[in-house]
Design a protein around this ligand. Structure first.
Ligand SMILES: Cc1ncc(COP(=O)(O)O)c(C=O)c1O
Length: 380
């Protein structure tokens, strides 16, 4: 791949330390965690514990046992949503959500008669927090918001939503798939009850990893039941965390890689990563604004968005632009609906979609120069 600009799907490349940690696990450890008592098993358990501690530090959580490892953000969202709602409940969410939120909700709407109240965001993907207040009813049992749109990058007012949710005593679930590792977050300060993210996007870890944080006092029905290595004398699921929600052999090689990537991020500092990414996004927006026939969606303001930028070229299908970028320029972007049809309906690009350019930690201004030259040529 010449130039990779698809970090919103998954980050690439990964830091060297991630590859090293994964190799170290397979070559020198290899054992299961939390089961056997031999040295290698203890080493594996230590690795899982350290990764959990790193994640907890990253999001401002004191008790790392409340971090649940999942296989991706989708699994975490399913656990939080399916595990907390029941018949007759209402849930409030936004019109910028990914299908990893919308599909479990629509499923529950169909199967269990829950009611979904969707707050319409502006064409730029901006949410007005007061609109949430207006939708709260006696039966509202959950508020869900993405921390930033995966289509246009718009950053959501998470603190304001958290304040409203806490005031009304409603659990608040945040989908931070697009911001973990790229935008600082503190779950206490933002009054978040549950937060979900992938390990393989901004956290720069391997695929097959993700996390769900569950605040003390929030009880969920597990998605999976089975072996945990703990309380093996009982046929019922343990009721303590993380075991309650982590059945089966964990993705140890993935967790090894994630531990290294989180360490890398903590060393660099999320604020510094954000500054770097914001600067590159500003540069990209500026370059794109200079090209006639290019339509840019979203806020077009790097301070209000992540490094996700969606565009179209007038009179061209997004998929054709993506194909040309790939074939003729060796640039990887993502086109279409990005698993978020409701977000495209909000910004007015449904069903044709957009060309999504998402830079990452390792992209440079030279990459953006090359991409903008390519877009200019295609537009001409
Ligand atoms: C906002 C958002 N939520 C959830 C997901 C799902 O993440 P994963 O593929 O890790 O399950 C994505 C992935 O693109 C996303 O962008």
């Amino acid at each position: 791949m010449g130039i990779y600009l698809d970090s919103a799907a998954t980050s690439y490349p990964k830091p060297d330390c991630v590859l090293k940690a994964m190799r170290h696990y397979f070559e020198d450890i290899g054992a299961n965690s939390g089961r056997s008592a031999h040295k290698l098993a203890q080493e594996a358990s230590r690795l899982v514990f350290e990764t959990r501690e790193g994640i907890a530090k990253l999001i401002g959580v004191k008790d790392s046992s409340r971090i649940i490892f999942t296989s991706n953000a989708t699994e975490g969202l399913n656990l939080a949503i399916l595990g907390s709602l029941k018949e007759g409940d209402r849930v409030i969410t936004t019109s910028m959500e990914h299908n990893s939120v919308m599909r479990p909700l629509r499923f529950l709407e169909e199967e269990s008669g829950i009611k979904v109240d969707v707050i319409k965001c502006s064409k730029e993907g901006v949410l007005e927090p007061d609109d949430i207040k207006k939708k709260i009813t006696q039966n509202t049992r959950l508020i869900i918001a993405t921390a930033a749109s995966n289509v246009v990058g718009t950053i959501m007012p998470i603190r304001d939503i958290g304040r409203i949710a806490r005031k009304h005593n409603i659990p608040f679930l945040v989908d931070a798939a697009q911001t973990a590792g790229s935008l600082p977050i503190d779950v206490e300060k933002s009054q978040i009850d549950m937060i979900v993210f992938s390990g393989h996007k901004g956290l720069l870890g391997p695929q097959g990893t993700g996390c769900l944080y569950i605040k003390e006092g929030v009880e969920l029905t597990p998605l999976k039941f089975g072996g945990t290595g703990s309380r093996s004398e009982f046929e019922i699921q343990p009721d303590f965390l993380p075991d309650k929600y982590e059945s089966g052999t964990p993705n140890l090689i993935g967790i090894a890689g994630l531990g290294a990537s989180v360490k890398f991020i903590l060393e660099k500092g999320v604020e510094n990563i954000r500054r770097k990414e914001e600067k590159l996004t500003e540069y990209l927006l500026q370059k794109l604004k200079e090209i006639k026939k290019v339509i840019i969606y979203g806020t077009q303001d790097s301070r209000k968005q992540t490094s996700v930028v969606s565009i179209n070229i007038k009179n061209m299908e997004s998929s054709d632009v993506g194909d040309i970028l790939d074939r003729d320029y060796d640039i990887g972007v993502r086109c279409g609906l990005h698993c978020a049809p409701i977000a495209h309906k909000t910004i007015g690009t449904f069903p044709s979609g957009t060309v999504r350019i998402s830079s990452g930690y390792f992209n440079t201004e030279a990459d953006i120069d090359y991409l903008s030259r390519a877009i200019r040529e295609i537009a001409q």
